[in-house]
Write a protein that binds this ligand. Sequence first.
Ligand code: SF4
Length: 340
Amino acid sequence: MNNFNYLRADDTEHAVALIGKETNSRFLAGGTNLIDRWKYNLTHPDTLIDLANIEELHQITETENGGLRLGAMAGNADTAYHPLVKKRYPLLKNTILAGASAQIRNAATNGGNLMQRTRCYYYYDHESPCNKRNPGSGCPATEGHNRLHAVIGHSENCIATHPSDMCIALAALDAVVQVTGAEGNRSIPFTEFHRLPGNNPSKDNTLRPGELITSIDLPAEGFAENYSYLKLRDRNSYAFALVSVATGLRLKDSKIEKANIAVGGIAHKPWRVQEAEDFLKNKRPDRDNFAQAAEIIMDGAEGFEHNAFKIPLTKRAIIRNGMMALNPQETQRPGAGPSR
Ligand code: SF4
């Protein structure tokens, strides 16, 4: 029997004050990963601070700079089907709908999606050592079953991957995470929100203790004309990505003016490489140029016994997704390919 306290926050200031006061406390959003991990005995909060009553966190609103603010407590399904997301950020819509199941998307929240932890099998298995669960105990995945694991950005301490689909689009879209805490508000560029494992794999992100995600802000540009999400997985629904790619292109005079490419399933965080995107500027959007960008993106990749296949697979996925982004009306409709 796990005894715990259950508190409801009235507003964000109240939530921050409660988490500062209650020892071993956690914010409760949709609970789809927190409760799972609790059942697996991976977390044991003494106090849950429910955010459901904080109305402002549920809102999806336009921002002064022409972007869109996604409240941290807005549901993943509500976000995907929001008229402005469907119209202006279809890349985000498609990544959300490629993840989990309809029931989970109904319960899961935007802030919670960012906070979900790896699905590395060893992390969930208390019989196994795991540096993320028990720092200093070791990482059996490096020599064990590592089909789902990272091929880039990993360390000898952890080769886990980040599991979210939605976060791959948010990285590609240059989203910004808004947070509040005891020291005030701050903005974190999405590509700096999640971190690589390094020598501290127990820490997934750059939030400071007690900080609360309030929203995720999208810039005005949503790449609604030329975008694509390609998710490759072992089965066609309710499975995490082996490799996924989110691509947004701005084209002018048959050339690439701007290319944003984020890759999932291969690293501890959504993987973006500025050098590759710079390479594509003023180039034609063709297979050869996407292939050269893919080589730059995967530079330094190093696989393990069961996942080395991800390296050539990712390169092919980047090329294919770049070409798919040229014709999203055809490639991104439901049932059009492996991403649906
Ligand atoms: Fe733990 Fe990371 Fe190793 Fe998995 S890959 S066993 S999460 S340390």
